[in-house]
Design a protein around this ligand. Structure first.
Ligand SMILES: NC(=O)c1ccc[n+]([C@@H]2O[C@H](COP(=O)([O-])OP(=O)(O)OC[C@H]3O[C@@H](n4cnc5c(N)ncnc54)[C@H](OP(=O)(O)O)[C@@H]3O)[C@@H](O)[C@H]2O)c1
Length: 326
């Protein structure tokens, strides 16, 4: 495992972080048992992962709390989130503090390393900054958590307006950002201010459905080609990303996707979500591999560098419809 410093938090964390949400939720969303989910966390620990991201909304805090009993608390870095929903984004400070207390109980821990507001849309940012952050910082002073973070809601914030502000405001030590091979605009919009202000970055949406389900990728390419957004040949080939897979290049599409985000300047930690032991092993290996060949990176920039908002779907919601991102 490689380790990085998470911005100004100073935390040393594994460059591969296990996401306990997304479409898999450690496998629990796909019929796996709590025992299986704990085994996934233990496998990650054995491979050197020390960073785990969960949320009140994921239903995985309790299982994460049980799994980390296997190690010393100080040897893991736990991030969780307040249920700041897109539809109810004027949550009162007391509700957020009550959720923090519940998360501490569910995780069965004395402190949380990174406590984040979950999926804050630009329209609610002032409320998050002026009403919720001050209330949370009082709880931080009591020792309930160590660093305050914020996550964007990628499907509703295609230009990263929330994080552009958050990176400058001095309140949020950590930012979770959506970035992948077909949604690359965080390069200009988020990473320059997070780097300048030493805000730690957690990368989400590296693979999601679009790069883990071949039919989904083909369908999106057909739509994008019909809209004139990508060349027609990408709609007519069974694997539109096959140009990335060759000797000296990527071995699979998920391999390419994780390597692409890992090597982006400004990315501290790549989150990956899985309930599958083999995916866990190969994803960590991908995140630790060298960058994709320069010619492939150039081709990705040429073909997809202008795309915005592709593949940003969320669990339980329609593919393109309005949704909170998880
Ligand atoms: N706004 C927010 O706060 C927000 C939004 C989104 C995500 N997140 C965080 O980011 C984390 C990562 O997002 P994500 O869970 O969507 O992760 P991801 O790594 O982008 O995508 C994982 C998806 O691809 C599948 N997969 C993983 N590895 C694979 C492989 N090698 N081959 C084929 N399929 C593979 C997984 O299912 P299997 O179980 O089959 O592997 C899962 O459905 C989340 O868990 C959450 O912690 C936060």
């Amino acid at each position: 495992m490689d380790y990085a410093t998470l911005g100004r938090t100073g935390l040393r964390i594994s460059v591969a972080g296990l996401g306990c949400g997304g479409f898999s939720q450690l496998g629990l969303a796909r019929g796996k048992s709590e025992t299986d989910a704990i085994a996934i966390i233990h496998q990650a620990l054995d491979l050197g992962v020390n960073f785990f991201d969960t949320a009140a909304a994921y239903g995985t805090e309790t299982v994460l709390g049980k799994a980390i009993k296997a190690v010393r608390r100080e040897d893991v870095v736990i991030a969780t989130k307040a249920p700041f929903s897109f539809s109810n984004n004027r949550s009162a400070p007391e509700e957020i503090v009550a959720s923090l207390d519940k998360s501490l109980r569910q995780l069965d821990t004395d402190y949380i390393d990174v406590y984040q507001l979950h999926g804050v849309p630009p329209s609610a940012y002032d409320h998050a900054l002026n009403a919720l952050a001050p209330a949370l910082l009082k709880e931080k002073a009591k020792g309930k958590f160590r660093h305050l973070g914020i996550t964007e809601t990628s499907p509703h914030d295609l230009q990263h307006e929330t994080l552009q502000r958050a990176a400058q405001d001095g309140v949020w030590d950590v930012a979770m950002v959506g970035f992948h091979m077909m949604h690359q605009n965080a390069r200009e919009r988020v990473f320059p201010p997070t780097r300048a202000n030493r805000v730690g970055t957690l990368l989400m949406f590296a693979v999601r459905n679009i790069f883990s389900q071949p039919e989904r990728l083909r369908a999106d390419m057909r739509e994008l080609a019909a809209a004139g957004e990508v060349p027609q040949w990408l709609a007519e080939t069974p694997n539109p990303l096959s140009f990335l897979i060759h000797e000296g290049g990527a071995t699979t599409v998920p391999d390419a996707a994780y390597r692409f985000v890992r090597r982006e300047p400004g990315v501290d930690v790549v989150l990956f979500g899985t309930g599958d032991p083999e995916h866990l092993r190969t994803n960590i290996a991908s995140i630790l591999k060298p960058p994709l060949p320069e010619a492939d990176r150039r081709q990705l920039a040429t073909l997809f560098g202008h795309l915005v908002g592709v593949g940003l779907d969320a669990p339980h919601l329609s593919r393109r419809g309005p949704s909170p991102s998880r």
